[in-house]
Design a protein around this ligand. Sequence first.
Ligand SMILES: [Zn+2]
Length: 377
Amino acid sequence: MAVEQAEGRETQIIRTSVVGIVANVALAAFKAVVGTLSSSIAIVLDAVNNLSDALSSFITILGTKLAAKAPDHNHPYGHGRAEYLTTIVIAVIVLGAGFSSFKESIDRIIHPEQSSYEAVMLLIIAVAVVAKIVLGSYFKKRGRALDSDTLVASGADATMDALVSSATLAAALINMFTGLSLEAWLGIAISILIIKAGYEILREALDKILGKRIDTDIAMGIKETVCGIDGVLGAYDLVLNDYGPENAMGSIHVEVDENLTAKEIDRMTRSIQQAVLAKHHISLHTVGIYSVNTACNATDDVAAIRAQLDQIAAAEPYVLQTHGLYVETNIKTVLLDIVVSFDAPDREAVCARVAQALGEAFPAYRFKTTLDADISD
Ligand SMILES: [Zn+2]
């Protein structure tokens, strides 16, 4: 673990990928020689498949290198998302393999042709299966440890190859002993599995590029850390933008005592930023402030408005949360934020209804509501 941290993510992903390239090139060479000697087109084609896996390891290295580039004038958020793009390229390679083996299997069913298997061919396939299983689990394990979707994707690709080869092996054995040819039907089943795997890798990468909802555990963890800072009465509106693995940045709003001075708030927001960076490796660029009426000067009105708001909010199915309630008693104005679900047919209307209900209950006050999006849990 200590070694892993000292070495850095980039170096380790590259090392893992180099292992993949070496293993796949070795397998390809091995199969190409045996395939040529035994004049088996299937084994030669399998060699080509190994070369495409070596290519995806090469793409992983390329993506990692690009992603590790320091931020510059034109790309101030860094280049981390390059890794999601290379994951997409690998997903496309996996999908391509799936569709082409699907097409081949259909061809085989339409034009059946008797394959002739030899013991040496089966042995080669068996060796390739073992090598691919080992390589696949190695990639997936390293990929998870290093938070690299590209490596996990390559691992899934290798496992799929092992599955394809072992099905070929099983079909060959069945054919040898029973004369039954199942190869094509097995091929269809495997192709569907490969296409499904490719689609999942693609969707995961696209989700990250589009901007996925923050993981609940992460959102709750950050809010807990922020609420642990002295002076924070509540944490809301957490926004995070994912600019690549281990490169998220965002903002948060906190409720504080209305009597804090700028000096105190400054110190508090810096503590929040430091704590979140240290504990979650996330840069909070902005900490917004909501002031809270404190008990010492809060009037009866404040307590009554708060109670009424809770009641109204509970009756509105699309209101997920209200926060930032601040009653300016001197100018009879109330500020508050309302988090309205994306499921609401008209989110503005929900907000307006709450404001109107409050206005009817407290005609002396003006209610200024802010419609918040349900960005994080
Ligand atoms: Zn808010």
